[in-house]
Design a protein around this ligand. Structure first.
Ligand code: PLP
Length: 423
């Protein structure tokens, strides 16, 4: 008797047209184990969330202990120890100047919160501003506000009539950094004063793992500071060591006015997000008549179990040689990426910290072209979760990955470079 088709509707997937959906039963370290006995190396950290490894024992223990103690609490005027400890821990790790932490539950909501904080700040100061500047090719999530500040394209074609207008600053491609800075300067000086500039620092993830350097990031920060435009960094993907430092902005020696964190905040074990803000932004939301308070919440804001997982993650960062693991992984990625030189269809190799990316070139290889699913299936059949974005193949593994596992990933990429176009 054949099983009836699954009613589950997956994101970014055409399983209704027959794409295979592996059924995963458990995971440990960098490995996913299928219900049918197969195994896969998780080369993209299950959409960039797993940092130390799947089912990391300290994080799992913290989750178990908290589950028995306090499962959930309204987080408006009531509080709990895991959230208090986490907020203090985040402030201690984050760039200087951020002093307040607003919890939510996904990267997208951390961005919505950031945008609302920025607009609230200006309105409450009696100087309403609505214009948001964004960086070309950015991605900040799939809710309406987050899509509005992201690149317009196939991701959001159906929803574009709902998205609000933004000012787009050109991506600082190598050699074109000055054009970016000039455009930002002009936008900040414009008559329609921007409320904020939101961007991903150093690596634009879902935009195709596009990378730029810390100097231009520092220069963009300086321009916004000079013009009183709030600087919002979305470190949902780049945070927690991916770019080689705890936060990408550490490499530029800068601090934003608002910082968005999620994904690796719990080591990837549970959904949680945090939006950190300066005292000026927090204080602008205080008024005795309550009219200025921050009007945003969601039911699971600061869930205690997720906060406990995040506290265990922060303890790992404080007590274990995480920076050494990251440096070792970055060095392995650099070596293996360099060894791909001259391989058939591979172009535009790039790396920042632990993230390596490259493009597989063929006719018309954009996001929707068939090359993505073909490569996805090729890697899946070789025991790898290495799901390309269009024709961009990237390796963004958990920090526990071994040299042997990385070797399997790069060997498969080399085989794919020979195979693609000849299938
Ligand atoms: N911001 C960035 C930079 C991201 O990479 C993502 C997700 O990939 C998001 C926001 C949205 O996060 P979530 O999928 O948790 O809503």
């Amino acid at each position: 008797m054949s099983a009836s088709p699954s009613p589950v509707w997956h994101a970014f997937t055409q399983h209704g047209l027959g794409e295979e959906i592996p059924l995963i039963d458990r995971a440990a370290g960098a490995t996913l184990y299928g219900a049918d006995g197969r195994a896969w190396i998780d080369a993209i950290s299950s959409w960039w969330v797993i940092t130390h490894g799947h089912c990391e024992p300290r994080i799992q223990a913290a989750i178990r202990a908290q589950t028995d103690r306090l499962d959930q609490l309204i987080f408006a005027g009531w509080t709990h120890e895991p959230a208090e400890t986490l907020a203090r821990g985040l402030i201690a790790m984050a760039p200087a100047g951020l002093a307040h932490v607003f919890f939510s539950d996904s990267g997208s909501t951390s961005v919505e919160v950031a945008l609302k904080m920025a607009l609230g700040y200006w309105l409450n100061r009696g100087e309403p501003r609505h214009r948001i500047l964004v960086l070309e090719h950015g991605y900040h999530g799939d809710t309406i506000g987050a899509m509005s500040v992201g690149e317009r394209g196939v991701y959001n074609r159906a929803y574009q009539p709902l998205l609000f207008d933004v000012g787009t600053i050109p991506f600082p491609a190598e050699g074109r950094e000055q054009a970016t800075l000039d455009a930002l300067e002009a936008a900040c000086r414009g008559a329609d004063r921007p409320a904020a500039f939101i961007l991903e620092p150093l690596v634009l993830g879902a935009g195709g793992m596009m990378m730029y350097g810390p100097q231009v990031l520092a220069a963009m920060r300086a321009i916004c500071a000079a013009h009183g435009v709030l600087f919002i960094l979305d470190e949902v993907m780049t945070g927690w060591g991916r770019t080689g430092t705890t936060f990408a902005c550490d490499q530029a020696g800068i601090a934003p006015d608002i910082l968005c964190l999620s994904k690796g905040l719990t080591g990837g074990a549970l959904p949680l997000a945090a939006t950190l803000a300066t005292p000026a932004i927090f204080e602008a939301h205080l008024s005795p008549d309550r009219g200025r308070m921050f009007f945003h919440s969601s039911s699971y804001t600061a869930n205690p179990v997720a906060c406990a997982a995040a506290n265990a993650n922060l303890a790992i960062w404080r007590e274990e040689p995480v920076a050494d693991r990251i440096a070792a992984l970055a060095a392995m990625q650099a070596e293996r990426l360099a060894a791909l030189d001259g391989r058939g269809r591979i172009r535009a190799k790039r790396r920042t910290g632990t993230i390596a990316a490259m493009e597989f070139v063929e006719e018309g290889s954009d996001y929707l072209s068939a090359i993505g699913p073909r490569l996805n299936a090729f890697f899946r059949d070789r025991g790898l979760l290495l799901r390309p974005m269009g024709n961009v193949v990237y390796i963004l593994p958990p920090y526990c990955i071994t040299a042997g596992e990385l070797d399997r990933i790069y060997t498969a990429i080399e085989e794919a470079a020979e195979w693609i176009g000849r299938e």
